[in-house]
Write a protein that binds this ligand. Sequence first.
Ligand SMILES: O=P(O)(O)OC[C@H]1O[C@H](OP(=O)(O)OP(=O)(O)O)[C@H](O)[C@@H]1O
Ligand SMILES: O=c1cc[nH]c(=O)[nH]1
Length: 198
Amino acid sequence: MPPSSDQTQSSSSESTPATGEGRTVLGAGDISRALRRIAHEILEANKGADGLVLLGIPSRGVPLARRLAAIIAEVEGSAIPVGSLDITMYRDDLRRQPTRAPMPTEIPDSGVDGKVVVLVDDVLYSGRTVRAALDALADHGRPAAVRLAVLVDRGHRELPIRADHVGKNLPTSQSETVRVRLADFDDADSVTITGGVR
Ligand SMILES: O=P(O)(O)OC[C@H]1O[C@H](OP(=O)(O)OP(=O)(O)O)[C@H](O)[C@@H]1O
Ligand SMILES: O=c1cc[nH]c(=O)[nH]1
C-alpha cells in the first residue's frame, strides 16, 4: 500500500493529563478534524468521489466510515455508498480466541466489483484485522483498488500492511492499550491510552 500522507502530530490541543480511564490523546474536536482531513485525502487520491465505496470494519470502523461518507457527501454534493465488512470468520486466531459473534456485513447495492474500496477502522495495530478484511472482501468481488483509512495507527505491525490515510500516528509500547470511544457506542468521542510504561 502507498505511504500515508500528512498525519496529525502527537501533541494535541485537546490532550489532557492521565485520568483513571487513561491518558486522552484525541478529543472530540481532534477526531472530527482528523476525519475531515482523511475525507479530503480520500477525495484527492481518488480525484473525486466516482467509484468510491466505504466499508467500515465493525465495531467502530462502521460509524467512522459513515462519518467519512457524510463529510464526502457534504463536500461533493452527492451521497457515496457506505457499508460494513465483518471479519470475524476470517481471523487467523479464531481457534485461540473466545468465540465472537459475527457482526453485520452490509455491502452497498453498487457492489465492490471495479470500485475503489476504502476500508475504515479505528485502530491499526498488528495488521491482522486488515488482512482478514482483505480476505472477507474478496468473497464479495474484485475491487479495482483497496485503500485503508484508520483513525489511529499505533504501530507494532506483524504483517506488511500500511494505511493510506491515518488520523493520528500514535507511538505506543505493546503493553499499552489504545481505546477509541465514539459517541455512536460510548458516552463521547475520545482516544485514550492506558497501561504500560514507555
Ligand atoms: O491490527 P490489529 O492487531 O488486528 O488490531 C486492530 C483491531 O483491534 C480492534 O478490534 P477488536 O478486535 O478489539 O474488536 P472491536 O472492533 O470490536 O473493538 C480495533 O478495532 C481493530 O479492528
Ligand atoms: O490497543 C489496541 C490494540 C488493538 N486494537 C485496539 O483497539 N487497541
